[in-house]
Write a protein of this length. Structure first.
Length: 139
């Protein structure tokens, strides 16, 4: 049902400092950066040993990311998996009794379609489904 592993989402208070630390100390490479205007979230994706880390931050304290940082602090936020046909995957998961945080997909970085599953149905792990604009099969 799920495609290949995509990335680990990590909340960070100071995005430029976190990027610098991961790159200079741990040897990460910047893959992409962006801003999601709907959620006022700044994003930098890093490649760290073949694994992508999606660093998420917000300068706005009253956004979802801003509130999470204030209430829970920095750390792992979610695991992301690629899917093809995200709406169909959501319907299938719903039919198996999985609660969805996003009943319909929403816009993510670079117009990806994303949706989150309720962590209480996935052993406490927040799982994101992500579909690229033009889904590509991976080897």
């Amino acid at each position: 049902m799920l495609g290949r592993f995509s990335h680990i989402g990590v909340l960070v208070s100071d995005l430029p400092a976190a990027v610098e630390r991961f790159c200079s100390v741990l040897g990460a490479q910047v893959v992409e950066t962006g801003h999601i205007s709907e959620t006022k979230t700044d994003v930098t994706v890093l490649d760290l040993g073949g694994i992508h880390l999606e660093l998420l931050s917000s300068r706005e304290p009253n956004t979802k990311v801003g509130r999470l940082l204030r209430e829970r602090g920095e750390g792992v936020h979610h695991l992301s998996f690629e899917v093809n046909g995200i709406s169909e995957r959501l319907a299938e998961l719903r039919s198996h009794g999985i609660k969805l945080l996003d009943e319909v997909p929403r816009r993510g970085l670079h117009d990806r379609q994303i949706a989150f599953l309720a962590p209480q149905d996935t052993s406490g792990i927040l799982i994101e489904l992500a579909e690229e604009n033009s889904y590509k099969e991976h080897d």
